[in-house]
Design a protein around this ligand. Structure first.
Ligand SMILES: NC(=O)c1ccc[n+]([C@@H]2O[C@H](COP(=O)([O-])OP(=O)(O)OC[C@H]3O[C@@H](n4cnc5c(N)ncnc54)[C@H](O)[C@@H]3O)[C@@H](O)[C@H]2O)c1
Ligand SMILES: O=C(O)C[C@H](O)C(=O)O
Length: 342
């Protein structure tokens, strides 16, 4: 069901756009990473530099190391031309002409924190980036990694609305890591290659709002009793916290997130290029539930989100998970919208 962006380099298929030679079907896509010098930003840049659909890769960050990260990546023998942009005075240049802006800018969690604890710092970072996108690349697809994703997407959406350039098809919250984790864990349980697992994860990106639809896993999850299904669900919901604890104050998931972000970015670009049936889960403007933003599988196309595929049939346990998630999502969305309207 889901598109795969990254494969071992030897088996990379041109459809994945990760081949290090340009092809005649290549489009001139400009991709910006905002937060490019960070724990996610650097490996994300590394992966995007290998995507043959990208001809310009603009790396923006406020950190002094940013030009160095750009210089480093520019020595890779792949087609994408890399530029480094440091500080707000260089932001307009970074964003101008972008087809896709991926945002991992902002602070990560430390042990004991929730994603919502990051709101106060990260909200203004995402707001300011969205203001600049509205001005310099109003048609760009915006993919937000920064936490709390559930609130950051409403903030960016409200900013773009205020600027009169909002297109709900073009603003995505990146929930790909939840899907990647679910597939990794199911692959382990079933004793199969996780790349062969397809599993939708719906709702949002924090705690109870992360709803893996284990009943829809292909192949079916080899777990016999409900207790084990519930434990796996909990593990997927708390996987981010598992990494935060293991890093012991050194931040949260960066490498798996870069992998997931590159997969989502690759899928967006393949959609923009006109490839059909590009499907990924993403947190988008939605009218499927009471929550104004909701994640589930979507088709990505020439204008961003082409079609919302919904979430299909839920079993009783999943219906309860959805019921539990909605109040939290409503709260997170309101927090974001209130901030943006201030
Ligand atoms: N969506 C997800 O699944 C997911 C997964 C992992 C992490 N995250 C989130 O991603 C964010 C980044 O995590 P990280 O580990 O890369 O953090 P990090 O601290 O390593 O990197 C963040 C980068 O953002 C930069 N930055 C700060 N303010 C900026 C601004 N105004 N403009 C541009 N850049 C700015 C910093 O200089 C830094 O380089 C966090 O909020 C984290 O919670 C989300
Ligand atoms: O857990 C975090 O704070 C980072 C990210 O949202 C994750 O799921 O790994």
């Amino acid at each position: 069901m889901f598109s795969r962006t990254l494969k071992p380099i030897a088996s990379v298929a041109s459809q994945n756009g990760v081949k290090n030679i340009s092809t005649s079907s290549q489009k001139n896509f400009k991709v910006v990473v905002a937060g490019a010098a960070g724990g996610i930003g650097q490996p994300l840049g590394l992966l995007l530099k290998q995507n043959a659909l990208i001809t310009r890769l603009a790396l923006y960050d406020i950190a002094p190391v940013t030009p160095g990260v750009a210089a480093d990546l520019s020595h890779m023998d792949t087609a994408a031309k890399v530029s480094g942009h440091k500080g707000p005075e260089q932001l307009d240049d970074a964003i101008k002409g972008a087809d896709l802006v991926v945002i991992p800018a902002g602070v990560p969690r430390k042990p004991g924190m929730t994603r919502d604890d990051l709101f106060n710092v990260n909200a203004s970072i995402v707001r300011d980036l969205a203001v600049c996108i509205a001005k310099n690349a109003p048609k760009a697809i915006v993919a937000i990694i920064t936490n709390p994703v559930n609130s950051m997407v409403p903030i960016a959406s409200e900013v773009l609305k205020k600027a009169g350039v909002y297109d709900p098809k073009r603003v995505l919250g990146v929930t790909t890591l939840d899907v990647v984790r679910a597939a990794a864990f199911i692959g382990e349980i079933n004793g199969v290659d996780p790349q062969s697992v397809s599993i939708p994860v719906i709702g949002g990106h924090s705690g109870v709002t992360i709803i893996p639809l284990l009943s829809q896993s292909k192949p079916a999850v080899k777990l016999s009793d409900q207790g084990k299904i519930e434990a796996l669900t909990k593990r997927i919901q708390e996987a981010g916290t598992e990494v935060v604890k293991a890093k012991a104050g050194g931040g949260s998931a960066t490498l798996s997130m870069a992998y997931a972000g590159a997969r989502l970015a690759g899928a967006v670009l393949r959609g923009l290029k006109g490839e059909s049936n590009v499907v990924e889960c993403a947190y988008i403007k939605s009218d499927l539930t009471e929550a104004a933003y909701f994640a589930n599988p979507v088709v990505l196309g020439k204008n961003g989100v082409e079609k919302n595929l919904g979430y299909g049939n839920l079993n009783d346990y999943e219906k309860q998970l959805l019921k539990d998630a909605i109040p939290e999502l409503l709260k997170n969305i309101k927090t974001g919208e209130d901030f943006a309207k201030k």
